[in-house]
Design a protein around this ligand. Structure first.
Ligand code: 9MR
Length: 347
């Protein structure tokens, strides 16, 4: 960094641009975090307060940690999360209530349709009503679709049937009439089959009067992201506003992996060319997000992780280091960070 101009280096520095300020009044900008970073005068906590206006817990609000055994709820982390949001005026997203992964086996043990519906409603009712008015948005159901399109044949689907989704949303609405309720999934921006199923599923839910407020596009993107296709596929979902004018999308888990998904062998070097493509892709994405925000279709973009150093992509599906976020290791600001902040402020 250039010492003469004293350009800020770290995301928590007073002089650093703030993403939430750059996009204020247009989009809320967020990150997935862990509660260990929500206290103390640490670089991580300062970064969170300075940079973000919406937060998701990366793991601690999933069914496994929240209800590890039937009837034994663990609310410590969620309580801290709720208090942090309230103290700092940050919108909170609850992630997630019904998912095939990170869900303890007891939910399904000996369960027929009625018993599993009861367990699902108890979980949703208990968790959502406790944070009524505090957690503003819930990913009620996560990843309900197969990668090739069609419904994922999870235990929820097999034991309850297709209407488990509708029943989950009804239970969440009953527990918090004011929360925004989201159906969240990945690869919607890249797979025609998956986005087609999602559009059909959402249309049916809306026609049946199910309280579905929007679709979460996770947007775990890679270096070969087709931005034209991404825009097209987003439009296939926003078209549902003809059925419900306030229907929205959210960007819920944004990152831009340095590796193609199937490429397990490659260990990249971070070159100028990669840096340029990375910056351009993020810039194009945020210009598109601003267009959607102006139309009232989108109001929240959440990155999946605080910085490259803690991103899930460092360990999965390969061991190599990854560089998917705008904030790098040690909370260093990347050139792409400044570019995106500039798009927010219109500079
Ligand atoms: O980032 C999360 C990682 O730490 C967990 O090990 C993993 C467990 O399944 O879940 C990751 O988060 C996922 C999110 O909950 C749902 N969409 C995909 C995310 C990345 O795998």
């Amino acid at each position: 960094m250039n010492k003469e101009t004293k350009a800020p280096v770290f995301a928590w520095e007073d002089a650093a641009p703030s993403l939430k300020e750059a996009f204020a009044g247009k989009l809320k900008i967020g990150a997935a975090v862990n509660t260990r970073h929500l206290s103390g005068d640490t670089p991580e906590c300062r970064t969170i307060k300075k940079q973000f206006s919406v937060l998701t817990l990366e793991n601690e609000s999933k069914p496994e940690p929240v209800q590890p055994q039937e009837g034994r709820f663990v609310f410590g982390p969620l309580d801290r999360f709720a208090a942090f949001g309230e103290e700092n005026g940050i919108r909170l997203r609850g992630h997630t209530l019904v998912w095939h992964s990170q869900c303890p086996a007891w939910f399904f043990d000996g369960a027929d349709r009625d018993l599993l519906l009861k367990r699902m409603r108890d979980h949703i009712g208990t968790v959502v009503s406790r944070y009524r008015g505090k957690i503003a948005v819930w990913d009620v159901v996560n990843e309900a679709l197969k990668d090739s399109g069609g419904m994922r044949e999870s235990p929820w689907y097999k034991i309850i049937g297709e209407d488990y989704i509708a029943e989950a949303f009804r239970a969440a609405r009953e527990a918090d009439p004011g929360a925004r309720l989201i159906l969240n999934d990945y690869n919607l921006e890249s797979s025609d089959a998956k986005v087609g199923t999602m559009a059909a599923v959402a249309e049916k839910l809306l026609r049946d009067g199910v309280p579905l407020d929007g679709i979460g596009f996770q947007m775990h993107l890679g270096p070969d992201t087709d931005l034209g296709k991404l825009r097209e596929n987003v439009r296939k979902i926003t078209a549902l506003r003809s059925l419900r004018p306030d229907f929205q999308i959210e960007v819920t888990e944004l990152d831009l992996s340095s590796y193609r998904w199937g490429d397990l062998a490659e260990d990249i070097k971070w070159t100028e060319e990669r840096e340029r493509r990375f910056r351009e892709t993020y810039a194009a994405l945020f210009r598109f997000y601003l267009d959607l925000a102006e139309e009232g279709v989108l109001d929240s973009v959440v990155f999946w992780g605080l910085s490259d150093g803690v991103s899930w992509l460092n360990g999965f599906p390969r061991r190599h280091r990854n560089y998917p976020l705008l904030i790098g290791r040690d909370l260093r600001l990347k050139p792409a960070f400044f570019e995106v902040a500039g798009i927010g402020t219109g500079d």
